[in-house]
Write a protein that binds this ligand. Sequence first.
Ligand SMILES: *[C@@H]1O[C@H](CO)[C@@H](O)[C@H](O)[C@H]1NC(C)=O
Ligand SMILES: *[C@@H]1O[C@H](CO)[C@@H](O)[C@H](O)[C@H]1NC(C)=O
Ligand SMILES: [Ca+2]
Length: 362
Amino acid sequence: MAAASRSHYYREPRSPFRRKIMPFKSYWTFAFLIFTASKCLADDDHEMEEFLKREYSLSKPYQGVGSLGSSHWELMGDAMVTTEQVRLTPDMHSRQGAVWSRLPCHLTDWEMQVHFKIHGQGKKNLNGDGLAIWYTKERAQKGPVFGNMDNFTGLGVFVDTYPNEEKHLEAQKKRYTPRTQRIFPFVLAMVGNGSISYDHEQDGRPTELGGCNAMVRNLKHDTFLFIRYVRRRLTVMIDIDGQHEWRDCLDIPGVRLPKGYYFGATAITGDLSDNHDIISLKLYQLTVLRSRKEEEEEEEEEITIPSVDNIELLRLGQTEEGMSGLAIFFTVFFSMLGCIFLIVIGLVVYSHWSESRRKRFY
Ligand SMILES: *[C@@H]1O[C@H](CO)[C@@H](O)[C@H](O)[C@H]1NC(C)=O
Ligand SMILES: *[C@@H]1O[C@H](CO)[C@@H](O)[C@H](O)[C@H]1NC(C)=O
Ligand SMILES: [Ca+2]
C-alpha cells in the first residue's frame, strides 16, 4: 500500500522521493526477505513449547520402576530403588546397574532433564567410573561402556569421573598440553552406529563429539544434565553450581538419530567406586516451528542409522586446536623468511642503483 500511495509523487519529476521508491517487484522481494529473516530469528530464539511426557519420565515415588514386565522402567544389575533415588551402583567396587525404559520413544524433538547425584568416600580422582544416559536402539544389555554394551547404536552422554588416559600418561611422566588436557569429571557425548567402539582406556577421546568439565562429585546442592535434541541439533547443558543456571557443554548440528529408540541410564564401578544416583529423568516433548522445506527434507530421508554430519571436520577442528602452537610457529617463521627476502631484494636493487650512479659520475 505504501508503494501505491507514494507512486503519486512520480508525476513530479524532481520529487525527493523518486530515487527512494523501489520498483514494485523489488519492494516485495525486500518485504519477503525481512519476513524470512524475522522468522529465522524467531526460530533461533528457540521459541518452543514443552510438554512433560510421563511415560518416558522417571520420578519419585518411582512407582513404575521394577523388574516386573508391567513396569515402565526396568531395573537391572546392582541398581536399587529407595524412596529418595534410583541408585544405579552403591559405593562399592565392581558393580554395575541400569534402568531402562520399556517404551520406544517416537518423538522428533525432545529434551531429557536428568537430576543426578554422584557421591562417595573416594578422594579426588580416586573414584569411578561414572554414569551414562542413553538413547539407543538396544536396551538392557550389560557391557563395558558405563555398564552398557559396546558398539551401541544411538546416543550416549557420559559423566566420566575417572581419567583413565591421564592417569596412564601420568605413570609414564607424560601429559597432554593444557589446551588438549581434559579435567575430570568430564561430560562427553558420543553417537554410535553399531560398529564404533568406545575406547575406555582413552576415555572415549577418539569418538567424542564434544564435552566439558563438570565438578559434580560430593556436592550439597542438586546437579542436573540437560540433553536437548531439536531439529537434528544436539545440545548438552549442565546445571551443577546450585545457581539454577544452565551452562553450555556442547552444541552440535547435523546429528541424525532415528526415532523409536529407548532411553536408559547406566553406571559402573571398578577398583574405585561411587554411589551413582538418578533422582529423576524428565522427558519433555518440544514443539518447534519448521519451514515447509525442512519438513519435506525430513520426510524424504528417514534416518535409519545414527550418524553425525561432517564428523571428519569436527575431528579436524579438534586436532587443529591442539596444533595451533605449531601453526603460530610456522606463521612467524614464514613471515620472518618473507622479511629477510624483501631486505635481500632491497639490498640488491640498492647496490645496482648506486653502482649505475657511480658509473655515471665517471
Ligand atoms: C559407522 O561409522 C563408521 C565410522 O564413521 C563407518 O566407517 C561405518 O561405515 C559406519 N557403519 C555403518 C553401518 O554405517
Ligand atoms: C565392536 O566393533 C569393533 C569394530 O567394528 C570390533 O572390532 C569389536 O569386536 C566390536 N566389539 C563388540 C563387543 O562387538
Ligand atoms: Ca574414564
